[in-house]
Design a protein around this ligand. Structure first.
Ligand SMILES: *Cc1c(COP(=O)(O)O)cnc(C)c1O
Length: 376
């Protein structure tokens, strides 16, 4: 938690649940990533947190943007981004959304199938297009599995087709899965992309861009590799496989830029046990799966907690949200322990929750309002 956030929580004690996020930390993270990968152009993955103050700060820093929908394209433009600085990176787009983005000046689009490519040829003629390939997601705590990307052989054919359809066959992309904790995932994916570059050059097509996607991790309960280490591994792999003929490098960080800039302030609603001698206490917070903590699904992302009783004796807990739905249980198996002194009414802070929380909140499930947001 940054000093600015801590002071706000202390001085203002805002109504819970709420996200409090330090925009200076967003800027620091942007600069740290840029320093770790100086040759890469940063396209912020807007879906991680599309709040206007974040987009505005990033526009001021010269960031580019990866939009998942036409609505996100509009949010970037409203924040002052130039259309040339926006990539429409979702491989699944309605043709009407492609047309709308193109009309607003967006000229860079992702695809991973022939049908999507034909939509682009019709509705975004001449645009730069890049094909997303399937790569391993091992080591990612929030994997993206097989939903996106296509096999390399298909990517090769589609890039050739892109040129025939009057599009600009710009490059290739991959995504190693979010909260990726192993540099090997990037290294393997870069090797694969480089092979495709060679194959396509032999077929008469010179690609100009590699998009390394996102995945750069944030510290939750566990240590993660430093961004400098990840950057060095990535730049090393690029040098090894591309030599001096380095293409334009794009990265699409979401979590890394905003994750540790924000915290959730919550209140303990109830502490109870299922039997008198049960060692495990159930701790119910005023936020849960439907309040925005979607990434606790399968206990995938394990947030760190801070309480007013930290440093006093702890015991095992199951942590759950406030709604009348049993899937609204956050952590039952991940061995969480919280202070025995924890009581209803205590404020509990969930650390590093600036990414993938606000927009995941339901529209009032059980009557609870989506969480409030404070940008400092
Ligand atoms: C979600 C997403 C990102 C951002 O991923 P992070 O793990 O948050 O860095 C980047 N690129 C694409 C295509 C995505 O879908």
């Amino acid at each position: 938690m940054t000093p600015k956030v801590a002071q706000f929580l202390n001085d203002v004690a805002p109504a819970t649940p709420c996200l409090v996020l330090d925009l200076d930390r967003v800027e620091e993270n942007f600069r740290r990533l840029q320093a770790a990968m100086p040759l890469a152009r940063i396209y912020y993955a807007v879906k991680a947190n599309p709040a206007a103050p974040i987009l505005t700060r990033l526009v001021g820093l010269g960031s580019f943007f990866d939009a998942a929908s036409f609505e996100e394209v509009e949010a970037c433009l409203a924040a002052g981004a130039r259309p040339e600085a926006i990539s429409y990176g979702n491989t699944i787009k309605k043709e009407s959304a492609i047309r709308a983005a193109y009309a607003r000046g967006v000229r860079m689009f992702a695809f991973d199938s022939e049908q999507e490519l034909r939509k682009l040829a019709r509705s975004a003629p001449g645009a730069k297009v890049y094909c997303r390939i399937l790569v391993g997601n091992d080591g990612a705590e929030w994997p993206l599995s097989r939903k996106f990307g296509c096999e390399a052989e298909m990517a090769k054919e589609l890039m050739l087709l892109a040129g025939e359809l009057g599009l600009d066959p710009f490059g290739l992309s991959f995504h190693v899965g979010s909260q990726q904790t192993r540099t090997a995932a990037y290294e393997a994916a870069i090797a694969r992309v480089a092979m495709l570059f060679t194959d396509l050059r032999e077929a008469g097509l010179n690609l100009r861009m590699v998009n390394l996607g996102g995945g750069y991790p944030v510290r939750y309960r566990q240590e993660v590799p430093e961004i400098d280490e990840i950057g060095a591994a990535i730049m090393g792999a690029l040098a090894e496989h591309f030599g001096n003929a380095l293409p334009e490098i794009v990265v699409e960080p979401g979590r890394f830029i905003v994750g540790d800039a924000g915290v959730l302030s919550t209140e303990v609603v109830l502490v109870s046990r299922k039997a008198k001698d049960d060692p495990v206490r159930w701790v119910y917070l005023d936020i849960g799966r439907f309040g925005g903590l979607a990434e606790t699904e399968g206990e995938a992302i394990k947030y760190a907690f801070a309480t007013p009783h930290d440093g006093t004796p702890e015991g095992p807990v199951t942590i759950a949200g406030p709604t009348c739905d049993s899937t609204d249980t956050l952590y039952e198996k991940a061995n969480y322990r919280l202070p025995l002194a924890l009581d209803a009414g205590d404020r509990v802070t969930l650390l590093a929750t600036g990414a993938y929380v606000t927009t995941y909140a339901s529209q009032g499930f059980n009557g609870f309002r989506p969480l409030a947001e404070h940008y400092l």
